[in-house]
Design a protein around this ligand. Structure first.
Ligand SMILES: [Zn+2]
Ligand SMILES: [Zn+2]
Length: 219
């Protein structure tokens, strides 16, 4: 399925992202609210027919998502901690796309704190974004190859897992989960890939796992 994350805390279930794969399906998960990272089809087009709950997204994402029939549209301002159903979301701008500007979310509830960013080249205010974060959940488009392209002055695409693990090391994040995996992970030789990834992660002192549909984690 297109990558999505459900945060459950004290009876509330807040879903981050809802790609086209989820069209007509996500309703059965009964989310209390939804939050979007950006307007690309694999993150937002599951909402084309609307949503049965409030949907929170940055202004630039709403401007791009003109054809989604979401009625209860809520605005999330960057760098402004926002409580949604008792869970705090803080959006950080990330470089990724010109047409669909993206954010990552620093999510906290109780003593748990994670950072979720399925698509990115880099985080603009990385230290603030990752401070005291227990788990970084990041972009699995590529492990070592670069998917970064230059468009004028801006960079678009995806940073490899390798680069993201160096950020975790620098900011003291002990664990990383790789999600939204690209073909290098999905169709690669699993044993070889894991060995390679563990090696890279160990060099940076980070514990790494690869996400899968239905993965659950208790914090
Ligand atoms: Zn994207
Ligand atoms: Zn994506």
């Amino acid at each position: 399925m297109h990558t999505s994350l459900m945060i459950s805390y004290r009876g509330a279930d807040v879903m981050i992202d809802c790609g086209l794969d989820w069209l007509g399906k996500f309703e059965r998960l009964h989310p209390s609210a939804m939050v979007l990272t950006h307007a690309h089809p694999d993150h937002a087009w599951g909402l084309r027919e609307g949503a049965p709950c409030p949907v929170h997204a940055p202004q630039k994402t709403w401007e791009t998502l003109t054809r989604c029939r979401v009625e209860d549209r809520r605005l999330i301002k960057e760098r402004t901690p926002t409580k949604i159903c008792g869970i705090t979301f803080e959006a950080f701008a990330v470089e990724h796309s010109i047409l669909a500007p993206a954010v990552g979310y620093r999510v906290s509830a109780g003593r748990a704190r994670i950072f979720y960013v399925p698509d990115l080249v880099f985080i603009h205010e990385r230290s603030a974004a990752l401070k005291n974060v227990q788990i970084y959940i990041g972009d699995g488009a590529t492990v070592t190859r670069s998917f970064i392209r230059r468009r004028g002055k801006t960079l678009i695409g995806h940073s490899p897992v390798h680069t993201q693990l160096t950020w975790c090391e620098k900011e003291g994040v002990p664990r990383a989960i790789i999600t939204h995996c690209g073909s290098e992970i999905v169709t690669g030789n699993e044993r070889q890939l894991f060995a390679n990834l563990r090696g890279i992660a160990a060099e940076h002192g980070v514990e790494v796992r690869i996400a899968y549909d239905g993965m659950k984690l208790m914090l």
